[in-house]
Design a protein around this ligand. Structure first.
Ligand SMILES: *Cc1c(COP(=O)(O)O)cnc(C)c1O
Length: 403
């Protein structure tokens, strides 16, 4: 009897996870999992780091005689498997899947769990690319969406419809750094029969564990903090439930938007230092927030670590620290915000975030330009920083000069 492709591969994947999951049982320490999960030394050579398996296919010992469960690299590749097991371990999920980009992961997830005619609630200030996916791509496929202020649980409850399949959460949000109560939304999603999906890109699994708070699926742009070095584009899904994980794995293979072996290897390399990097991102961001808060040209600082931030208490409950992203508004409006972005030298003007190097950008004209005129439009006088892990005195001097 011929096995259903994908599903059979998924089962093999599950067996491999059981066999290789010893690190998880030995230790639940985040850094230990980040360095070892899915990455036992290679049994044939002793290589401590999983090799880049640059192969599309695998020799079979007789028809159907797979040596280690691998038959074709869209379905599974050992370097990607190592990354997927590591992602599942550090998010506390049962199944991790690695994709070509964060948006590829999102698209695969949505077209796995939703059908045309369904409805999704999305954050009022969703990541621009996520908003575009809903507004320009999946809307045409028949998936309706409504932006909602996730910080307001009553508003979310009121926006749920009978056909609402997913509540899509970002916390902290991009670029306004709003905070949503993951545990509260998980309860609401369960009562409504919807899935709770959390895009954990901004916090990283080191700072926030959405599955432990009741989420069903975590999404990542691993391009950002997880990879951490601005040298690879990638995405991930981590499911809390084995059945859903299996369905997602089936669609990952069927739709094909996988991470290649070199990208998977680079991402795994980045994950090993995620904990120490995040602590330094947070240390530096706190100092930057101090500087901005005291600066006469700055009218408002958005950072969930500030006691005056409307989401501070929830952030303090659900996050280990408050992250490396800082946004602020300036006196002088949009022109001055743009000019500041042009004046920094160490803070590189560019999109993206979460790398070791500091970045600055103007969301209104850059990352969120596609939201102009929509309910997701961001203020013109807003500047967003991705605070890197350089020497803090140099970062503070650069900002002081630019302001
Ligand atoms: C960058 C980003 C994405 C999209 O990920 P890509 O890897 O660029 O496709 C999704 N969500 C958030 C919060 C992001 O910052």
């Amino acid at each position: 009897m011929k096995a259903v492709p994908g599903l059979a591969e998924g089962r093999l994947g599950a067996e491999r996870r059981v066999a290789r999951g010893s690190v998880g049982r030995m230790s639940n320490g985040f850094e230990t999992l980040a360095i070892h999960a899915g990455q036992e030394p290679d049994p044939s050579t002793g290589a401590v780091v999983p090799p880049i398996y640059a192969t599309s296919t695998y020799k079979q010992d007789g028809v159907g005689g797979l040596r280690a469960g691998y038959e074709y690299s869209r379905s599974a590749n050992p370097t990607r498997t190592a990354l997927e097991e590591c992602l599942a371990a550090i998010e506390g999920g049962v199944r991790g899947l690695a994709f070509a980009s964060g948006l590829a992961a999102e698209d695969t997830l949505l077209r796995t769990v939703c059908r045309p005619g369904d409805h999704v609630l999305i954050p009022g200030d969703a990541y621009g690319g996520t908003f575009r996916l809903f507004a320009k791509v999946l809307k045409g496929w028949g998936l309706a969406y409504d932006p909602v202020q996730l910080a307001d649980l009553a508003a979310v409850r009121a926006a749920v419809r009978p056909e609402t399949k997913v509540i899509w959460v970002e916390t902290p949000t991009n670029p306004l750094l709003g905070i949503a109560d993951i545990a509260g939304l998980a309860t609401l999603a369960r009562e409504s029969g919807a899935l709770l999906v959390v895009d954990n890109t901004f916090a990283s699994p080191y700072l926030q564990q959405p599955l432990a708070l009741g989420a069903d699926v975590v999404v990542h742009s691993t391009t950002k903090y997880v990879g951490g070095h601005s040298d690879v584009v990638g995405g991930a899904l981590v499911a809390a439930d084995a059945g859903l994980g299996e369905e997602l794995a089936y669609h990952q293979n069927a739709m094909g938007s996988i991470a290649g072996p070199f990208d998977a290897w680079l991402t795994l390399r980045g994950i090993k230092t995620l904990g120490v990097r995040m602590d330094r991102h947070c240390d530096n961001a706190e100092r930057v927030v101090e500087l901005l808060s005291a600066h006469p040209r700055v009218t408002r600082v958005l950072y969930p670590g500030l006691p005056g931030h409307p989401g501070h208490e929830i952030a303090a409950k659900q996050m280990k620290r408050f992250g490396g992203m800082v946004s602020f508004q300036v006196a002088g409006g949009e022109e001055e915000a743009v000019a500041i972005c042009d004046r920094t030298r160490l803070f590189t003007l560019g999109e993206s975030l979460g790398g070791v190097e500091s970045l600055i950008e103007h969301p209104g004209r850059m990352t969120h330009a596609s939201a102009a005129g929509s309910p997701l439009e961001v203020p013109g006088d807003l500047v967003r920083l991705s605070v890197g892990i350089e020497s803090i005195d140099d970062l503070l001097a650069d900002l002081t000069r630019a302001l």
